[in-house]
Structure formats: structure tokens, C-alpha cells
Design a binder for this molecule. Structure first.
Ligand code: BES
Ligand code: MN
Ligand code: ZN
Length: 494
């Protein structure tokens, strides 16, 4: 999508569709509809009086051949109540306009900016690029021609300030990183093996100037990653540990932020096999890893002044003659022993060794993202990511970045009283804590391997995927929590 600023007066801007938004409960046009010439504003007020235009969220009013405008069409998008309007809502309104227009064969649009400042530019650009995405790459009759080629950011006359130009670049980089993560998640397990995921990471790293290192089965075993290897040993696809480093010059040795992402390219459950129904969804069990790769793609371009290491333990979880079994005891890289009660609780095992390794590589702060539990989807649905951690300062930073980036997150408890649930009779830990509080005991199990290092866990089992089409986002992979991570790292230490 080509995106550029345009400075001609709104009325003279030639394009297929000019987009403005309008608030709910206004008596006048409201929102950027206020910027339109008087005769068109009068028409909108007439529509409002007749209740054809109300400004309710994602209401679309399309005016053909609007009098007094050079644009061929005018689209008025409802933006909801003015009191509730913010950057997150603006991102969605912009996305909704893109999806509405592209479905109607329109390829270029102009967005009426609210002044020439930077504030509205980034959400509009992010919303537009994320909305112009569909998870349809394997359909032979794709809606490929239904794409937006050009987006004009219409200032109405003013020259865009430097801050606005920077906001355009930032918005593009972030949304493209989000879409990169979505592409990885959307890929089925036969075309997204651990080897292919590692190759995609390598290509991305070479393109954007990151250091990339891939460990294979031998190195994983030599490093005594017994928990990771326990999961990996049942698959014919070779496991990979993906390590990406962003090391800006003239930044202090510490802090080093470790981004650890679960990279199970397919989760059958192993010997504790999952039911057939919906098992195909387990191709998305590497969404945490994909998000970390997406975040790295963005920060390689945005260049924040903080060191970052991303670590993605990638393997399949398969039942086979070599697979690990319920009752097995694994010795993790940390030395802690783990009794396997359920081979479907594999995510916490690969994360355990990846976190230990991250600390060994010098990470001083740890964030993991993982499609870890079905339990978190029962608690929070597909709407909010579960946030866990003992260090409230770090939890608060994540929550603040999530709010700023427009990704919903909700803190869940961790508490010593839950520890009882994952004690083992014969080993240091058991890999399941039972059904009750399943997202909490899973998170706390992972946290045992972070030790005293500040750590936050994001359970994205619900938010990695949208089960329905939204006005502003296609059904399918969401790219969560790429935007939150990028916000956190670019405002570091904030
Ligand atoms: N990958 C799953 C969790 C999951 C469920 C992700 C639904 C996305 C959607 C994870 O490996 C798993 O199987 N967890 C088990 C843990 C249980 C065996 C303790 C679960 O949640 O049932
Ligand atoms: Mn599982
Ligand atoms: Zn899993």
C-alpha cells in the first residue's frame, strides 16, 4: 500500500473515495466530517435528522458523486461516542473504512486527517495496513484484486510536520510487522515446520540487519535442554532453537530484554493426544514465537536504545515411538526435574529451557508470549490476553503499552498458594496443575524458570486468532501482541 500526505484542500482532492468519520450523539456532522464544505455538511445533517446517519461505531454512509467534492465518493464512518474516542478507536475506524471500500472494488482512498499533527497519523496507518490483509493465500481464486493500493493522508492544506512523517513510517513498520507475524501463524503445519520457521527468521534477520543463530537437535541436546528435547524427541521434523539479537551500538550492557516465544509448529497433544475436533487450530501454536519475530522485525527498523534478544524454541508435539510419555521425568537445562503428567502440557516445557537459556545469554528482563492454555480462553475469551508476573512494575509497563497500542490485556493472579497444585511425588515439579486455575498454574510453572529475573508471561491462546470477521480486521490470525511489544521496547525504559 502506497501511503503519502496530500495537501490540497479537501474539496479539491481527486480520489475514488474520501473518508471522514462522524460521532454518535452529535447534532452536527461531528469528527472529521466537520472539515467538509458547507453544502456536503448540510447533506450529512439532513441524513442525521432522518436517522440515516447516527455515528454509531462502524456505521457506513456512502455518498456517490458528492456535490462540491472532487472525490468520486464520500464515505462517512461512524466513530461512536466522542467521549470514548481515542487512538485505539481511530485505528479501528480507519481499518473499517479500508475493509468496507476494498470489498466494493475501490483501490485508492483519501483519509481526512484531523489537522497536520502526528497524533492521528500512526493509528490511521496501522489500522489501514492491518485491515488490508486476508488469510486467503491458498485460495486459488483469491480476492487479490480487492486490495487498497493507495492511501492519501489528506491534511486539508497544511504541510505535514516532521512528527507526522515519522508517525507514518512508524505506523507502517509496526503494521507490517504485525502482518508478518500473521502470515507465519496462518501458514499450515506442513508449510511451517520448525525448519521453515527458522528459515523465515533467518531471511527476516538478513533483510533488516539482525544477528541470527539457529541451534539444531545436536546443540539442543549438548546444552542439556532436557525439557525442550523431551517434547522434540517424538517428531521426525528436526527441532530448532531460533535466536535473534538486536544490539545497538553505544547502549549500555544492560538491560537486555529477552523475548521468548512458544514455537510449537503443531500440537497434537503427543501421547496424551487431543480430540480430533478443532485439532487443525493447533497449527497456530507457534503464535508466541511469530509475535517475537514480528516484534524483532519492527525494532530492527525503529532502532530503540535497548538490547533485545529473541528466543523461539520450535518443534512439533507428536505421538510416535520416540515420543515422551506420561510418567516420564525430564531434567531441564536449569537442573530442575519435571514429572510429565500430560504430554499436551508441552508449551511450559519448551519455555522452561528457553527462559533458562535466555538468562544464560545475559537477558536481565524476560517477557514470554505463548498459546499456553485453553483455560485462559475460558477466563478471558478471544478478547483479552492474560498477563502474569510477580513483578508488578513490569506487569504495569506491559499493561500500559497494551493500552497505548490498542491490544486488550488483563492481569491474572500469581500466588504461592497455587504452587501445591503442580508439586510432583517424585520430581521437583509436575507439568500440570489440574483443571482449576489452569492458566495460573501453567504461568507459574513457566515463572519457576525465570527465577529472580523480572518476568512477564502473556497467554495468547485466545487472542492469537479471531474466530469472526471484524469490520476492521479479517477473520484469522491477529498478530497479537506485536504492537504491545514494539511499544514497550520503543518507549524503554520509559
Ligand atoms: N497449545 C495448547 C493450548 C491452546 C488451547 C492454545 C487452545 C490455543 C487454543 C497447549 O499446549 C495445551 O494443550 N494446553 C493444555 C494443558 C493441559 C494439558 C494442562 C490445555 O490447555 O488443555
Ligand atoms: Mn498442548
Ligand atoms: Zn501447545
Amino acid at each position: 500500500m502506497n501511503i503519502e500526505f496530500r495537501t490540497e484542500p479537501l474539496a479539491q482532492l481527486a480520489c475514488s473515495a474520501l473518508v471522514v468519520y462522524s460521532f454518535e450523539g452529535s447534532t452536527n456532522a461531528g469528527g472529521t466530517a466537520e472539515l467538509l464544505p458547507a453544502e456536503i455538511k448540510a447533506l450529512l445533517e439532513e441524513l442525521r435528522a432522518g436517522r440515516e446517519l447516527t455515528g454509531k461505531p462502524f456505521e457506513f454512509t456512502l455518498v456517490h458523486r458528492p456535490a462540491g467534492l472532487a472525490a468520486l465518493k464520500l464515505l462517512v464512518v461512524g466513530a461512536g461516542k466522542k467521549e470514548k474516542f481515542n487512538g485505539s478507536q481511530l485505528r479501528r475506524v480507519a481499518g473499517a473504512a479500508v475493509r468496507y471500500l476494498r470489498a466494493r472494488g475501490i483501490h485508492d482512498l483519501a483519509w481526512a486527517l484531523d489537522g497536520g499533527d502526528g497524533d492521528s497519523v500512526q493509528p490511521v496507518v496501522e489500522g489501514a495496513i492491518a485491515a488490508d490483509y486476508d488469510a486467503d493465500r491458498y485460495r486459488t481464486e483469491r480476492d487479490n484484486d480487492k486490495r487498497i493500493d493507495r492511501l492519501a493522508l489528506a491534511t486539508g492544506g497544511a504541510n505535514p510536520k516532521d512528527a507526522a512523517k515519522a508517525a507514518l513510517d512508524r505506523g507502517r513498520i509496526i503494521a507490517e510487522a504485525q502482518n508478518f507475524a500473521r502470515d507465519l501463524v496462518n501458514e499450515p503445519a506442513n508449510t511451517m515446520t520448525p525448519t521453515i520457521l527458522a528459515d523465515r527468521a533467518k531471511d527476516m534477520a538478513a533483510r533488516f540487519g539482525l544477528d541470527c543463530q539457529i541451534l539444531g537437535s545436536k546443540e539442543i541436546q549438548d546444552l542439556k535442554m532436557g525439557a525442550f528435547w523431551g517434547v522434540a524427541q517424538g517428531s521426525d521434523e528436526p527441532a530448532k532453537m531460533i535466536i535473534l539479537r538486536y544490539t545497538p551500538s553505544d547502549t549500555p550492557e544492560s538491560p537486555v530484554v529477552g523475548l521468548v516465544g512458544k514455537g510449537i509448529t503443531f500440537d497434537t497433544g503427543g501421547i496424551s493426544i487431543k480430540p480430533a475436533e478443532n485439532m487443525h487450530e493447533m497449527k497456530t501454536d507457534m503464535a508466541g514465537g511469530a509475535a517475537m519475530l514480528g516484534a524483532m522485525q519492527a525494532i530492527a527498523q525503529l532502532k530503540p536504545r535497548v538490547r533485545v534478544v529473541a528466543i523461539v524454541p520450535a518443534t512439533e508435539n507428536m505421538p510416535s515411538g520416540n515420543a515422551y510419555k506420561p510418567g516420564d521425568v525430564l531434567t531441564s537445562m536449569s537442573g530442575k526435574t519435571i514429572e510429565i503428567l500430560n504430554t499436551d502440557a508441552e508449551g511450559r516445557l519448551v519455555l522452561a529451557d528457553a527462559l533458562t537459556y535466555a538468562k544464560q545469554l545475559g537477558c536481565t528482563v524476560l517477557i514470554d508470549a505463548a498459546t499456553l492454555t485453553g483455560a485462559v480462553t475460558i477466563a478471558l475469551g478471544n478478547i483479552s490476553t492474560g498477563v502474569f508476573g510477580w513483578n508488578q512494575e513490569w506487569v504495569n509497563r506491559i499493561l500500559a503499552s497494551a493500552a497505548a497500542a490498542g491490544e486488550k490485556m488483563w492481569q491474572m493472579p500469581v500466588d504461592d498458594d497455587y504452587r501445591e497444585q503442580y508439586k510432583s511425588m517424585i520430581a521437583d515439579l509436575a507439568n500440570t496443575g489440574g483443571r482449576y486455575g489452569g492458566a495460573i498454574t501453567a504461568a507459574m510453572f513457566v515463572g519457576e524458570f525465570a527465577g529472580d529475573t523480572p518476568w512477564v508471561h502473556l497467554d495468547i491462546a485466545g487472542t492469537r486468532w479471531s474466530n469472526e470477521e471484524k469490520p476492521y480486521l479479517a477473520k484469522g490470525p491477529t498478530g497479537a501482541p506485536v504492537r504491545t511489544l514494539v511499544h514497550l521496547l520503543t518507549t524503554f525504559p520509559g
